[in-house]
Design a protein around this ligand. Sequence first.
Ligand code: NAD
Length: 314
Amino acid sequence: MKKDKILVIGACGQIGVELTLALRKMYGDTNVVASDLREEHELLKGSGPYVSLDVMNKEMLHVLVIRHNITQIYLLAAILSATGEKNPLLAWHINMQSLLNVLDIAKEEGLDKIYWPSSIAVFGQTSPKVDTPQHTVIEPTTIYGISKFAGERWCEYYNHRYGIDVRSLRYPGLISYKSAPGGGTTDYAIEIFHDALESKAYNCFLKEDTYLPMMYMPDAIRATIELMEAPKDHIKVRSSYNLGAMSFSPKEIGAEIGKHVPGFTMRYEPDYRQQIADSWPGSIDDELARNDWGWKHEYDLEKMTVDMIKNLKQ
Ligand code: NAD
């Protein structure tokens, strides 16, 4: 067992629950402190320490870090893309200030490592749509994307200026069955499984031919841990790494689910989220992640669909 002491902020969210459980397996239950604004998630109960925390309260966060001898922070608290468009100033405020609070405490306390996720939402209409490269035109149009891009610049700045070992991934849309998604544009790819199994029908909020980069949660958790465990000198990108696994449209995932759910039908009623999806890449070039620290995805659309359906039926 390692001596590190980890704080996960936003531990009750879609990624946080699974990441906290995975980290507890690696580092020991008591060495991973879970925290969130919300009540403790059912799946976390009894698995290790839980603290109620508003990451916007810097003093409270600072005291928590000192009291628990924290050496690493995983900051997952954020306002996601679709929710962010409903209240842009709030999304900007929370997404930026939470990161600045964490980076600054990392600097003051000399923490070992910080993890903070960015998103494919940093890319906008002017970025190449297919196999979007790591370094390209970046002009996000959603407030979520703007805040993620600014956050990436802050991460790199704190690394270059103060030597903070901050690491980051630009997650694609993440698909999981354990905890509910938090208001993103790719949430359709989770809802579709639930509706297919409950009613054999799904009304999709995106058009049938909208391609987006996606990843199954076990791959995302493994990528996060592998990035954080990689030797320091392998991490060449200090803003945020492009990360990819698969790319599909609503029509394609619908057809894949139809192989397991006879009679499954889909309708399409695009809403405001179509515009967000249209501004994002269809697929991602993650060559640097593959070269620098050995990223390799395991799940494609077919394998993920089989696993999602098997687990949701249980
Ligand atoms: P989520 O919305 O499911 O979870 C976020 C958690 O943060 C929630 O449990 C919420 O209660 C908590 N939180 C919000 N404000 C807080 C505050 N002030 N103090 C403490 N906790 C607070 O989000 P997620 O899907 O788990 O995403 C985690 C991170 O990954 C975010 O930075 C998100 O932008 C990024 N990301 C997610 C996806 C995805 O598909 N899920 C894709 C790209 C990037």
